[in-house]
Design a protein around this ligand. Sequence first.
Ligand code: PEP
Ligand code: MN
Length: 647
Amino acid sequence: MILVLEKEITQARKSQLKSILAEKGCMVHEPGGSGQNILGVIGKKSLTRESLMQLDGVADVVAISTAYKLVSRQMKHEDTIIRIGNVDIGGDKITIIAGPCAVESREQAMTIAKEVKKYGATLFRGGAFKPRSSPYSFQGLEEEGLKILAEVREVTGLRVVTEITSPMHADLMMKYVDIIQIGARNMQNFELLKCAGRMGKPVVLKRGLASTIEEWLMSAEYIAAEGNRNIILCERGIRTFEPYTRNTLDLSAIPVLKQLTHLPVIIDPSHATGIREKVSPMARAAIAAGADGLMIEVHHKPEEALSDGPQSLYPKQFGRLIRDIYVIAPVVGKQLIHDYTGYNAENADSLSEVETQGIESGVSRKEKRVVYLGEQGTFSHKAAIQYFSSDVQNYPVPSFRDIFDHVKNGNADFGIIPIENSLAGSIHENYDLLLEYELFITGELSIRVIHNLIAHKESKLDDINQVFAPPPALQQCKRFLDANPDMKMVPVNATASAVKSVLESGNLEAAAIGSVEAAQLFDMSVLEEAIEDNPRNFTRFVVIERQIANREDDKIKSSPKSSIVFSTSNKPGSLFEVMKVFSENQINLVKLESRPIHGKPWQYMFYADLESDLTDSSSENVIKAIEQNTEFFRILGSYSCGKNGID
Ligand code: PEP
Ligand code: MN
């Protein structure tokens, strides 16, 4: 049952209610985060709705109709986001778990871990206790394997996942690993499920070979009932009559689960297909279908692997797949971003500390701040949430200049600014501010922008005669606005501010352009969906900081990008001379933009993006050559361009 509490209920009364329910033998759960005052109550059948309604402070009682309670969407509406170190699973993030089927040796595990980290994995997998179909197959290195996993974490900073096959191994698992996996064969091993629940570590719960989704969720309920809600569901293929693939990947489980449960859902296409070539297509499909992550088997020498070699990707193949995932994720409103704080091995010795502390000088992560434009519900807000982990505080500010000011004077650690849009082009104001302020670009991300016409619930499309939106949004919806000439355009600062002003004006003839999230946030209605000129509408954001990006970030090494600004003398071939430097050094130029220099009519600054790390010592000659051919030159930043170094 879900008890909806009275709005004004005091904390004291709530505690009293909890003790009364506990005395009646009920399990009481506070879902949290929903903004609603509710209690989840699981108890005996004899406890009727009527008897609960009688309790002081209870406004309503809603029955949970499913057999599983704690893991159901009815119990908790919001997605559960599970935090492991600085990695989030669930919500808007795509999380990649990769590694070999089994840990075979220190060298094998370390080699593969470094490779998968380079290509974008944020968690490392490897079996130490292997449940094999044949007793004569390799059974795993057992405790030795767990020690190797702990060493991998020390060296690479990647948190580690391994399978637990018996409650007997619980102490060992507690000592060495971060996440435990319950394998397909053990999905209904109820003693093991209860043990995993009591251990309290996050659990990857694989779907049984022939289990229904309901049976699977009931198994998750066993873990949750012991007080552990950190459960990640992993679909890994089920037995069907089809022998071509090892199993049949049930992709439809993703949207089904998303409706039934708040738990994150990941896909293991390796065990699902059993065939290397089939892994990447199914992984891409899984992300398109809404999965929160992937678990992929990778081996540097799969032909020599002691288990599951034929389904293991080569590291480069894995890299190519992750590059595709990076492109697909924004289409479904998600982001493959990780490790922005540059977690590294020096901080690995005290795990509990890392859970709650930031990287630099023990600053609590909660104290880290990011500033973005506008209001909650803007696309900038979405970008901030998608780029940063959930425990960085984010604050809206009224203008782009405010973002630069806050970062410059230390009020904020990060700023996030839109820099260009695939339909409307560059956001010039931010180019100018990048030149004016001595700040650095340290990261980038693209998000898909779907614009909606938002108005009061009572408004009708035909009545709208005013549309509030920031100029870039008006530009992106030009076709719709041209087709509706009665709608007068009213430029404002940000999309969510537009929605808010329409709400506050009470004007039923006014509408705003903004995201579905903004409409929900302000309880407004969407009159017309997706009014952008072209659905391939992406905005690229960059992150700005006071210092250059962490040079130890492996991602920058594998997928470097630099942004620079320069001016040249006004003589024939001067821009060509700079381009020649890039060409001679095999540096790919991905963007070139010119902006007028304020106060110097007809003179220009050039902004260029290059696929190279110009802050690395190996780039000294390139820098010298650029300096020789320019009048002004500054590196705006070197950062990871998200895709990785695979051609
Ligand atoms: C594994 O992940 O290596 C494994 C044995 O998986 P499953 O339990 O899905 O077969
Ligand atoms: Mn395997």
